[in-house]
Design a binder for this molecule. Structure first.
Ligand code: BG6
Length: 467
């Protein structure tokens, strides 16, 4: 029996362009959905403004200035021994308004340099093509509600596959695609609460993803394209069968995104639900074949927390990704932001997803958002080490005991970055501290935390030494 993590396991970290790059108008970049989101610090929720309002602070505008410091940052990742760096390409750097005929050369050049730097250190890039950063220029079409956006996305993909052939072989079509059900602005510039609108937008994203998978394979047989699921998992509030039924309903709501992308068709339970609700999918000739042909090669997911659901759900407890369940789990501690800490749930999630789809899995986000203190220039973060150690141990069990094929683990976010849900900086995930505050003020200096040295050892020993 083989033990431990596979030899070619992709250890690394994950970021998203809008949360690290900054330089929001440099090099010909256009505005994206992230660039009009304010910060939610001091108890004020994150707002979406109508364009950029002068005098308002938008965290994505400078973020952690990775755009100008990516060489230093990637060198630090390399020092930890990263085998893989998951990053996203900011669509509006390549097509500033999303609908141009020709791409923006300066934007393409920037990512050439990023990938060349990765290559220099033997780091495999894993690229998210769209991570909560839709060009604002697509709003005039109604964004993903309009089928035209499928073509714009495919043109964007074609540009990337062509330009980065030989440099990038792992791709993810949409970050946390199921967020279309909970936070549609982030998922694809959709403001409406109307389910018909969201399901139309999701349909177009499925189609766009399927076309992208097809194209990627055609343009380079080495390409491997994955889907990315916001890894929601739910437990019943009690052994009451009615509570268990709510788990089933909850999981269907989330997993149908994986069903479509991994199996290539809509599951019966979803079609029945659409029928009951009068939701109509804008299916055209050839689409269903396209979905079937565009099944993904692997399933990647983020894993932060689990939920509890039950028949008495009163929807007053808002958890991860804006999911409202009504219950807290009395068996689990939570982070300072109220997300449950549930390492065993990760093994459960890996089993659930593999049992259902039988394709390779990858954990492309997992981490602890916490407030760090700088003491005499150092950051001691045993809480982060403990969180990651426990989660990685459970992945190991899933591989060794359950036989789940896990391709890799890219922890979120290896360097402190802007929080997506709140826009805060003080919710820090990194092995590397970045000296800026919630208003974006500071020196931007990078400092290695204790966890930096711990993760280096984990990678060096291929996950054998987690102490
Ligand atoms: C995931 C997103 O939902 O969770 C990331 O893909 C995000 O973009 C991460 O940063 C953690 O959430 P937050 O709100 O703590 O940044």
């Amino acid at each position: 029996m083989s033990k431990g993590f596979p030899r070619n396991f992709l250890w690394g970290g994950a970021t998203a362009a809008n949360q690290v790059e900054g330089a929001y108008l440099s090099g010909g970049k256009g505005l994206s959905t992230a660039d009009v989101m304010t910060t939610g610090v001091h108890g004020v929720p994150r707002e979406v403004t109508n364009g950029v309002i002068e005098g308002t602070y938008y965290p994505s505008h400078n973020a952690i200035d990775h755009y100008h410091r990516f060489q230093e940052d990637i060198a630090l990742f390399a020092e930890m021994g990263f085998k893989c760096y998951r990053l996203s390409i900011n669509w509006s750097r390549i097509f500033p308004n999303g609908d141009e005929e020709l791409p923006n050369e300066e934007g393409l050049k920037f990512y050439d340099e990023v990938f060349d730097t990765c290559q220099q250190y033997g780091i495999e890039p894993l690229v998210t093509i769209s991570h909560f950063e839709t060009p604002l220029g697509l709003l005039k079409y109604g964004s993903w509600e309009n089928r035209k956006v499928v073509d714009f996305y495919v043109r964007y993909c074609q540009t990337l596959f062509n330009r980065y052939k030989g440099k990038v072989k792992y791709w993810l079509t949409f970050n946390e695609i199921n967020v279309m059900s909970t936070k549609p602005w982030m998922a694809g510039a959709i403001k409406s609460n109307d389910e018909q609108v969201r399901m139309t937008a999701a349909y177009h994203q499925f189609l766009a993803s399927a076309k992208a998978v097809h194209l990627a394979h055609e343009m380079d047989p080495d390409n491997q394209v994955g889907m990315m699921y916001a890894g929601h998992v739910a437990y019943p509030n009690s052994p009451d069968p009615e509570d268990m039924q709510t788990v089933n309903d909850f999981m269907h709501k989330m997993l149908f995104y994986c069903d479509v992308q991994c199996r290539g068709y809509y599951p019966a339970y979803k079609l029945k639900e659409f029928e009951r609700k009068g939701i109509v999918l804008p299916i055209q000739d050839g689409d269903l074949e396209e979905l079937l042909e565009g099944k993904v090669d692997f399933l990647s997911f983020s894993y932060y927390a689990t939920h509890v659901v039950g028949k008495e759900t009163n929807l007053n407890f808002e958890g991860l990704n804006g999911v409202k369940t009504g219950y807290k789990n009395p068996h689990l501690p939570t982070t300072e932001w109220g997300w449950t800490i549930d390492p065993m749930g990760l093994r459960y999630a890996l089993n659930l997803l593999y049992d259902r789809y039988q394709i390779p899995l990858m954990i492309v986000e997992n981490g602890l958002g916490a407030v760090d203190k700088v003491e005499d220039g150092s950051i001691h973060d045993p809480y982060r080490i403990e969180y990651l150690r426990e989660h990685i141990s459970e992945i190991k069990k899933a591989i060794e005991i359950d036989g789940v094929p896990v391709m890799g683990y890219t922890m979120w976010g290896p360097i402190d970055l802007i929080a997506a849900s709140t826009g805060e900086m003080k919710k820090r995930y990194g092995f590397i501290y970045v000296d800026i505050d919630d208003e974006g003020k500071g020196t931007f200096k990078r400092i290695k935390k204790d966890s930096f040295y711990w993760y280096k050892k984990v990678i060096e020993t291929n996950g054998e030494n987690l102490e």
